[in-house]
Design a protein around this ligand. Sequence first.
Ligand code: SF4
Length: 149
Amino acid sequence: MEQTSDLVADGKIIEEESYLQRSEKYSQIELSHSYNGISLRGKIDFFNTSKKIVHETKRSNKVESAHIWQVKFYLWLLKLNDIEADGGIIEYPKLRVTENVELTDKDIKYLESSVIEIEKLISSNNCPSVINARICKSCSYYDFCYADE
Ligand code: SF4
């Protein structure tokens, strides 16, 4: 759903406008890995190959744990592909702040159990109930979840 999301498009515009000068220093990489038969994929927009740092930009007005876990997932995916990475940095142009991200052994355990839970959810014949939370309004799946309303 991301390619059709205005929020994602908006985020890309912020990236392009705020960080144009970095384009030559960074590589975009697509990674995949089969973990316990579960297909994992990720596209890292900015990976500094010399400093071995993942960069992510967010349009949000606040630092959210989902942003941090997205970068931790990228760091895990790099590790699974035997690509050395020293950490991540999330940049918030609207806030003018940066958040450093590290991947710990405890994080890896959490990610391993999370992808197994997600796989179970995807394989289930029963769709989970909508959560009726504030976050739904900005979720890419909003139209699917609330189609009946
Ligand atoms: S809109 Fe998104 S967050 Fe809300 S219930 Fe659906 S999938 Fe979950």
